[in-house]
Design a protein around this ligand. Structure first.
Ligand code: PLP
Length: 377
């Protein structure tokens, strides 16, 4: 069997799990009793801080959910959506599609606005569908569609959804913590994210920030015991505990990650560093011939999709393996039409790592005997 190399820390140019700081990792050396008051306090500290990012009026609550981000999305859709209602799902990539898959599993009704691999859903299109379908109660949207890296026009969509009197549920898995999302500037009812993206914690739980008035109406909606967000909330309110075994070490690491997020200047600070990473990356990649899928207007500071070079010697797996040999891990593309790959800008990445990746890219092209990254040869 192939040996696993753990002595050298790879740089993860991926959308999560991401590189975490040593101090975040170190927090996992302490063991916690899940029923113990210390852990209850820790959970409360974490949840209270998360709520403050979207709201300072106590209109929202934070409900953590064990598992990866998809568990939190599934818990949210299962709990917040009335089983008899209709939803509009905005799709421009894999994570919008995944929401429809979740709704299919649960047998919930929905209509879609599907813009293909990377076109943004626009406000006026959403308005048209809501006018034609008065039975739609909620709109589901992905904030940064991580499969292409596009930052969807959330303010525009939120404005329309509010004007039409519907609810808005946002999957902000890969953007929350680095892209501003505040209920004072855009109206929404729920935001879903997870520990291991822009807050730079380790993977193991997600969380949902929900408008209390919406949550109050959700008792009995859930299709699943373990994913019943309402019940998780009620139990937390009553006991201060998670219903089932919590990821104790991960919550402790996340608390440290939140401290470091604050020290970096909060959402604005993180946005600034990730944007710098993205600009340095895109400029450097363009200089060696690569082309981005998206025009600059739609590029997010989270992850960037590049077209693969159009050359007979190009093979993604070999490209990946050679970059890994230089200690950089990238992500395959998710486009249905063109060959592509993705490079993340989030996590403990700074100028040094981006410059290192760019050097490795040039070296790998040379090793593969490909003159440059040009996809249009
Ligand atoms: C926008 C978005 N939604 C949902 C998910 C699913 O999260 P997970 O893979 O942790 O289940 C991801 C993961 O990258 C994502 O980027």
């Amino acid at each position: 069997m192939k040996q696993i190399e753990t002595a050298v820390q790879p740089w993860l140019l991926t959308p999560g799990p991401i590189n975490t700081s040593m101090s975040v990792k170190q927090e996992m050396l302490h063991d916690w009793g899940s029923w113990d008051d210390d852990f209850k306090v820790l959970t409360k500290i974490v949840c209270d801080q998360l709520v403050r990012f979207v709201d300072d009026q106590d209109a929202f609550v934070c409900i953590p959910m064990q598992g990866s981000g998809t568990f939190a999305v599934e818990a949210t859709l299962g709990t917040l959506i009335d089983p008899n209602s209709n939803s509009l799902v905005l799709i421009n990539g894999a994570y919008g599609q995944r929401m429809t898959k979740i709704l299919d599993y649960m047998g919930r009704r929905y209509v879609t606005l599907d813009k293909g691999d990377y076109e943004p859903p626009r406000g006026e299109e959403v308005a048209g569908i809501l006018e034609q379908n008065p039975d739609i109660d909620q709109v589901l949207v992905v904030h940064c569609e991580t499969s292409s890296g596009i930052l969807n026009p959330l303010a525009e969509i939120a404005e329309v959804v509010e004007r039409k009197g519907r609810r808005l549920i946002i999957d902000s898995m890969s953007a929350f913590g680095a892209v501003e999302l505040n209920c004072k500037t855009a109206r929404f009812d729920a935001v879903i994210s997870s520990a291991n993206k822009c807050f730079e914690g380790v993977p193991g739980f997600g969380f949902v920030l929900v408008r209390k008035t919406m949550l109050d109406e959700c008792k009995g909606n859930a299709h699943s015991l373990s994913l019943d967000l309402y019940d998780q909330w009620q139990y937390l309110e009553k006991t201060g505990q998670w219903r089932f075994t919590p990821p104790t070490h991960i919550v402790a690491a996340f608390n440290q990650a939140l401290k470091e997020h604050k020290e970096e200047g909060g959402i604005a600070g993180r946005f600034a560093r990730y944007s710098r990473n993205q600009q340095r990356l895109v400029t450097g990649m363009r200089a060696i011939g690569f082309k981005t899928l998206l025009a600059d207007q739609w590029l997010s500071p989270i992850i960037v999709t590049f077209f693969s070079p159009n050359h007979a010697n190009f093979n993604f797996q070999r490209f990946y393996d050679l970059l890994k040999a230089h200690n950089f891990i990238i992500y395959p593309g998710k486009l249905t039409q063109a060959e592509s790959f993705r490079v993340g800008c989030i996590g403990q990445l700074f100028d040094e790592q981006i410059d290192g990746l760019l050097e490795a890219m040039s070296a790998v092209l040379k090793e593969m005997n490909i003159p440059d990254g040009n996809p249009n040869r």
